[in-house]
Design a protein around this ligand. Sequence first.
Ligand SMILES: Cc1ncc(COP(=O)(O)O)c(C=O)c1O
Length: 344
Amino acid sequence: MQTIDYRSDTVTHPTPAMLEAMHRAPLGDDVYGEDPTVNQLQRVSARLLGKDAALFVPSGTMGNLASVLAHCGRGDEVIMGTRGHTFLYEAGGIAALGGIHPHTIPNQSDGTLALEDIENAIRSEDVHYPPSRLLIIENTQNACGGYAIPVDYTRATADLAHRHGLKLHIDGARIFNAAIKLGVDVQELSKPADSVTFCLSKSLCCPVGAIIGGDADFIERTRRMRKMLGGGMRQAGVLAAAGLVALETMIDRLAEDHTRAQHLAAGLAEIPAIHLYPGTPQTNMVYFRLASDARMGTTELVKVFGSEGIRIGGHGDEFRLVTHYWIDDAAVEKTLVLFKKYLS
Ligand SMILES: Cc1ncc(COP(=O)(O)O)c(C=O)c1O
């Protein structure tokens, strides 16, 4: 039985075309800058983002950490959302390894940070305060429901940050999902920022890797940070080859994942024991809560779905189901039949 795995788009395996490209990739030592496949992936990524340069890193977490370390020094402050991945789920790396102070402000229900809150969070020059150095926004905003953050808002945050001498970093782990949802070229979202990361290993299906984009100077600094963090890889072209296939073939198809998430949500909405979050799904994530009188609790439901070959993620009474390349229409149909069977 083939497992249908909704826990995240990080569970995606490489496609046959990726495996073939990985097999054939020309290789070199990337710490010496000599891996032709990595260099090619970095060139293509930079062009796609409309940036001078790009760097291949092992993970989105390292991409964000290396970027923050390259923008900030010890004692500097970074403004970010309370629902931001860098604040919630990156093991406090910026504080632990960089001595950098996170200053959180609430995310709005659409994933954005209120411009007024950002402005109020920026410190004035005073010996009592840590210097505000960087603003981070996330696109799509995962923990708020996978919201695509619009172009105008991105420009407004960049203008605000720059007016006060801060840089803007975008955690764009799923920025291509955002671009597809908004119907814009990804450059419209990436260009206003000083740095952007995106993940290859999520909805783009690669086994490993993320990209940082920025100006040439900044990328040289992140290269040093990557080395310091132990992320300098050698014949990394075997991984970068999958990235090149992903950028060529996996971006436009993200619309299919969004459509399947809508179909899934529409079916779940017919089940009284399921309370969909308002606005869900925005992109490839369906968020919902179980009613308190549901026939099964979270643990039991996760277990029974597991025995049917479907992996779902539930914490407390909250569920997140993520659609991706390896979930087709038949998988969605089967899932809806089972939800109806166990919860109606
Ligand atoms: C929004 C966001 N940023 C960053 C990351 C970190 O990526 P990685 O798991 O590759 O470290 C994730 C991972 O899920 C994410 O959802």
